[in-house]
Design a protein around this ligand. Sequence first.
Ligand SMILES: [Zn+2]
Length: 101
Amino acid sequence: MKDPLPLQIRSSVVYNNLCAMCDKCYIGGTIHGLEDRIKEHKSACIKCDTEKSALAEHARREGHHTAWEKVTILDDERRMFGLIIKEALHIKNCKKPLLNR
Ligand SMILES: [Zn+2]
């Protein structure tokens, strides 16, 4: 088996962000680099921009913070349409409480 690419430079993925302080999580999909998407979430959290990120909304409401180092990749898909479907399936099948809105 080949070494997997470092998480940060992956693109076209469905990812899972965990809250560091409760068992809620956020599932998202991005066709662009995962690192850029995570940066957007982080910056939204710092700016309390709840419109841009459900993680920022959770941080503001509950005072929780995201376990950025624990982001995991659930799936990958190069086609935009496929990515949307896979994201929706992971959201549907997730056993944990979700922050997705
Ligand atoms: Zn939380």
